[in-house]
Ligand binder design. Sequence first.
Ligand SMILES: Nc1ncnc2c1ncn2[C@@H]1O[C@H](COP(=O)(O)OP(=O)(O)O)[C@@H](O)[C@H]1O
Ligand SMILES: N[C@@H](CCC(=O)OP(=O)(O)O)C(=O)O
Length: 266
Amino acid sequence: MQTEHREKRRIVIKVGTSTLTYETGHLNLRRIESLIRVLSDIKNSGQEIILVSSGAIGVGVSKLGLPCKPSDTPTKQAAAAVGQCELMYMYDKQFSQYHHNVSQVLLTRDAIEDDARCQNARNTLERLLQLSVIPIINENDTVAVEEIEFGDNDTLSAIVAELVSADTLIIMSDIDGFYDRDPRLYPDAKIISRIDVIDDAVRRAAGGAGSRRGTGGMVTKINAAEIATRCGCDMLIINGDDPKRLYDVVDGKVVGTLFKGVDVHD
Ligand SMILES: Nc1ncnc2c1ncn2[C@@H]1O[C@H](COP(=O)(O)OP(=O)(O)O)[C@@H](O)[C@H]1O
Ligand SMILES: N[C@@H](CCC(=O)OP(=O)(O)O)C(=O)O
């Protein structure tokens, strides 16, 4: 997909709820501050940054003082409406410290599946990047019902990477990378540093659901890798516990797991 020559590298970064919050459900301010500083610095160095941020529901639940994540749709969507606002307030305030403008882009699947609306979303993102604005993307949780929802932000981030023909998609997770089996169940599991082909063995290793606060586990990350790599975008899974790791990725060091994008020029 990276057909036209671009001077700046375009990087989509996805952060999950478990990276943005503590086990208590409250914001992990130290980590978020570090993330925003590192992203600002990477942008200053001349790369284009698009952030796909989860956390709306989790942050809303915490702000409303609800005892746990609700299971009914209206309360979940109400929590997302509150949390999204809080998230954007925080991003806007903190990116402003580094003189970067941010924008909120909320998407649903139907906006991507319809050709005209998809083109519209692409044009808007392109223009935001031209204007040097950092798009901050989430699912539009308050209106998303099953038929139009992405369901998880791993998939959403890959669709965004495809939409903007990103060079790299970085998924920040609660684990160091992709292992040959779930390391939380099998302590002797080994990390895989590079995957060129996503086959059944890889899919089997992805195991089941992930942590309590995350939604997708590795299955949705492998789905994301399939979407991203087939359009030539490299995808990495790295641990989100230390945002400075993003510097290593940008510097081309071996970190986490790299899913190598196919060569679309063949
Ligand atoms: N093969 C695997 N390699 C690494 N993690 C795996 C694997 N299979 C399942 N997992 C689980 O996926 C979790 C990461 O996904 P998730 O809980 O959605 O968190 P996040 O949203 O932070 O990425 C890991 O903590 C781990 O328990
Ligand atoms: N859109 C939802 C998050 C969906 C999602 O995939 O969450 P996560 O597994 O934390 O990346 C929210 O903002 O709460």
